[in-house]
Design a binder for this molecule. Sequence first.
Ligand code: ACM
Length: 501
Amino acid sequence: MLVATLLCTAGSGSFDTPVSPLGASLAASVLPAPEHVSTSTDRFPLTAATRISAPAGATAVGEYLAAAIRRATGLPVRTGERGSIALTLDGKASLGPEGYHLAITTAGVRIDAHDPAGLFHGVQTLRQVIPERSGAVTLPGGTVTDTPRFAWRGASLDVARHFFSVAEVERYIDALALYKINTLHLHLTDDQGWRIEIRSRPRLTQIGAATEIGGGHGGFYTQDEYRALVKYAQDRFITVVPEIELPGHTNAALASYAELNCDGKARRPYLSSGVGFSSVCPGRQATEYFIADVFAEVAALTPGPFVHIGGDEVKSLTPREYASVVESAQRAVQAQHKTAIGWQEITAAALDPGTVVQYWQRNDPPGPLVAAAGKAKFVLSPADKTYLDMKYNPQTELGLSWAGFVEVRDAYDWDPATLLPGVGEARVLGVEAPIWTETLENASDVLFMAFPRLPAIAELGWSPRSSHDWDSFRRRLAIQAPHWDAMHLSYYRSPQIPWPR
Ligand code: ACM
């Protein structure tokens, strides 16, 4: 058996040759690039007789893989005893909660992890070398040992400007899982709509949920639907982070409850896209009760450790008023034993140790922001690189362009550890790719804007810095397309990528 050990290697050949999706080596196929990968001349035959065994603690991961193989190949692969594809939880503790070791030999496939999340990520790697072709196939041999660079590898979805059904969000979750994204930040409230049932404040959904940008009917998740969404994500090892925007981006709440307004008058619903005008009334008892009640319900529905308190783009409060509302929100989250995260503007308030800052706005010089953040950790979402609602180019019909046009290479070619002076690797909790939905109305719109840029952000979050290589990335990205086609995921055929013909 010929074995070549490579460190994060992929792709070869002339710059613009389209890559065949079939028969590519393990090293040339996997995205995000693994920490270590070796290729061998072994070939594993995947046939109708193939069985998958999984340990008691991860039977669902085995079933998930079986279903993925059936979908891709039509082969009646099932779980069973002593499978030739064996998933185990015998992996070393050094793999951490999300790492895995994968070995593909002629005799079989084995994925070892220390925790079920690691097995799930190993399964995603394996899926990438299973061709979308009906009938028996052979898989390329080799090994992968892989752990993530950053703990927070996020995507966020604005379900407030336009509402997205549970099924649509689940479709996005399935797409996120392919690239080892582990955090789904749901932007649940904004001026144009309130999207989660709060039992102590029924008018939020009776009134605040009935609108969306442009005049559509809006919608909301009942608490049971939200729980089901959280569970769907959890089953794919994705943690939901709910965002309740404060003090601004609150017109839907201000329309629902008059007492949240300083003048005591309920606002009219807002169907347009301007920002910065709305705010709950700072310092009022009604506001304090509202904040405490809403975060108590949201936290109780959310098993994950983080709750997002918003905090961006407030133009109608004094700095002192702004800080007082952010601090109330932070206290309300802490009272529920959760950790608060907020947009970078929250650094103007007194932050508790542990509160996380989400960086997004590239217009301001970062020095004062970094100084104000103290020791806080950052989630990095620079708009000119990670905002997946930015147009790819001037011809892109969907999306906005206030942060510029963001082609695939713009999304990929940066380093989270050097983006903000003074915020090195250890202060970066991770990266996140937001999608704002002023112009996006359905799952297909969202997917078109996310793909192929989302995998770029996923690779920045997962892969070691030493693997960063645009030419390798674009080749590995190209051979994802047959998977997207087979899964009916819409995507932008960027001219920067050597797509298979
Ligand atoms: C933001 O884009 N306003 C966080």
